[in-house]
Design a protein around this ligand. Sequence first.
Ligand code: PML
Ligand code: MG
Length: 241
Amino acid sequence: MPETMYSIKMRASRAGAHISGAERIVPAGFVSQISEHLHARALGHPKGRPDSIVVTTTALAKDDIIYLPELAVSELPCASPHQARALVTDLLAEVTPHSEVIWNYLQTVTGLRGAMVIDSATGQRVEPDKQRGVRASTMDHRSSLSLAAATEPDSKNYVREARVLAAKVASCPHVLAEVCISDDPDYTTGYVCIRGRYHRIANMKLAGTNQGTRVIVVSRADQEALAEISAYLENQAVIVG
Ligand code: PML
Ligand code: MG
């Protein structure tokens, strides 16, 4: 019988403010080492020392996991946030007339645990909890099925984790596009994921600022669609790769 798979999620905060989060989906035999690794990762985060680290471990039924392929990737040359603005708004214009409004959200909203959800037709934020956003979770890369890859240092994980998240978001019902600017002060590369392609953009922001967030653009924003989007993004287990 195959080993039971576990979802392990880490969330670190200080004085109630989010510092970092990470997660894995791994076989039972890796659970204790991965928990240790995620604690170490929380303690070493560039945004500072957390006063709370919560690690939650949940068994998954085999049929609960969806397997997705990697996204296609394009590297877009970009020298400055000014240039990034043009690249991002041009890409978003393929799915919404409100791409400048979305760029404005990306520059002004920060500190959410999840992503803003924006109705492509109106440019309005539609997620139910505006302080939190909708957080894509319960996902990992297939390489975590090897312990060495699952415990690689943080620096190697950035791109891989972003692509796992983007692949999950891109596969979500009603999603047209996603944009990400990292909230980590030293990480200035972001991306736009649209029509199944991950467009990687350097210099999306200036180094040294905590400003960063994610936006998900959706084609439907009625209650039923929003409930479907939240349930899929937060709870559907997904392995990518
Ligand atoms: C984050 O987790 O802070 C976002 C990372 C975005 C990575 C973009 C990339 O390098 O492809
Ligand atoms: Mg971050």
